[in-house]
Design a protein around this ligand. Structure first.
Ligand code: NI
Length: 209
């Protein structure tokens, strides 16, 4: 009994250590090439992130990167059941767009891509994203499509354990950054999460021309 408890405690410590390592590693991938720590901008165009993708929009329609050509995309990865970080960041994203001149804001399509497509269906994502901004586009995909786009943007995510096997109440660990894609489909910048609407708006003011 005592041995079992020791073993369980040991396994828990090792698991926590591995998770911390993975989170730090995920964050370093993005902050390693950071030119400066002031403001929201973490990385600019020297970092080759992103690429072609195929996902499904809120109407169940298949969309690809080509559908977004001609406008900037501001992308955030997260999940609809997120209790804190995603709602905060999506709210900041929507507020930042509303702070810009309407002409500039219209050049940007805000996009939320779920890393939890098992629960975030196209139909459930649409009202979720609309609650943050009327133009926010919610995209989901198969687990393979999700893994592919997350890899292309170096997004780290990990599904947690539900309270009971099969229960849908698990949390998802994920990195929190915004990615700006240019009208030509090329990567432009990474903005860090947690900076608030004003810092995002300032960064967009500078980057969207
Ligand atoms: Ni989240």
């Amino acid at each position: 009994m005592l041995l079992n408890r020791t073993l369980i405690a040991l396994v828990a410590v090792v698991a926590a250590g591995l998770l911390a390592f993975a989170l730090v590693k995920g964050a370093r991938l993005l902050t390693g090439f950071e030119p400066g720590r002031s403001g929201a901008i973490v990385a600019t165009s020297e970092a080759a992130l992103g690429g072609p993708f195929t996902l499904v929009d809120g109407d169940g329609k298949t969309v690809t990167n080509a559908d977004f050509r001609g406008r900037f995309m501001l992308i955030y990865f997260g999940y609809g059941f997120c209790p804190d970080v995603c709602p905060t960041e999506l709210q900041a994203m929507g507020q930042a767009l509303d702070m810009l001149e309407p002409k500039k804001a219209k050049q940007i399509t805000p996009v939320f891509i779920t890393v939890d497509p098992a629960r975030d269906t196209p139909a459930s994502l649409k009202p979720f994203v609309r609650s943050f901004h009327p133009r926010l586009v919610g995209l989901s995909g198969t687990p393979e499509q999700t893994a592919a786009i997350a890899k292309a943007f170096r997004v780290y995510y990990r599904l947690g354990q539900p309270s009971k096997p099969g229960a849908g109440n698990y949390l998802v660990d994920h990195t929190s950054f915004f990615y700006l894609i240019g009208p030509d489909g090329g990567f432009r910048a990474v903005l860090r999460g947690g900076v608030g609407a004003e810092a995002i708006a300032r960064a967009l003011q500078q980057l969207v021309k």
